[in-house]
Design a protein around this ligand. Sequence first.
Ligand SMILES: [Zn+2]
Ligand SMILES: [Zn+2]
Length: 138
Amino acid sequence: MSGFICQNCEKKVSTDNFIGTAFRNHCPFCLWSKHLGQGKTIDKVRPCQSMMEPIGLTFKQEGFDKFTKEAKQGEIMIVNQCLGCGAVTINRIAADDDPKAILKLLRRSFAPLRMTPDIKVLDEKDEKEVKRQLFGII
Ligand SMILES: [Zn+2]
Ligand SMILES: [Zn+2]
C-alpha cells in the first residue's frame, strides 16, 4: 500500500487507486497540500515542498454558455496557498475528500484572499451548488 503521512493533520493518506483521481495531491481529511512546484523566491531549481493551506473554494472555469452568456459552473476546486512562497494552486477535489471539510472551507473563504485577484472564490451564494455537487441534493 502506498501513501504518505499528512504533514498538517498527521493522518495516513493512501494513494492507492482512487476512484476518479489519477493522483492525489492533497490530504482528504484537512485538504492541505504540499507545494511540489518550483518556489517563487526560495529556490528556482528544486520543488518548494512547503505546506499549502486550503484558503477557499472555486468552480472550475468552463467558459460561457453559448445561449445564456452566463459563466458555466464547473466542478468544485480547492484553492491552496503555499506558506513558503505564496504560490496559489487550484486542485480538483477527490472522491474521498471529507465533504464536511470542504463545506467548512466554503464558510471560511469569505475572508479576502491573499494574492489571488484572478480567482473567484466561492461564498454563501454558492453553498447550494457546492452541496449539490457533494451530496447530490438540490
Ligand atoms: Zn491532513
Ligand atoms: Zn511554495
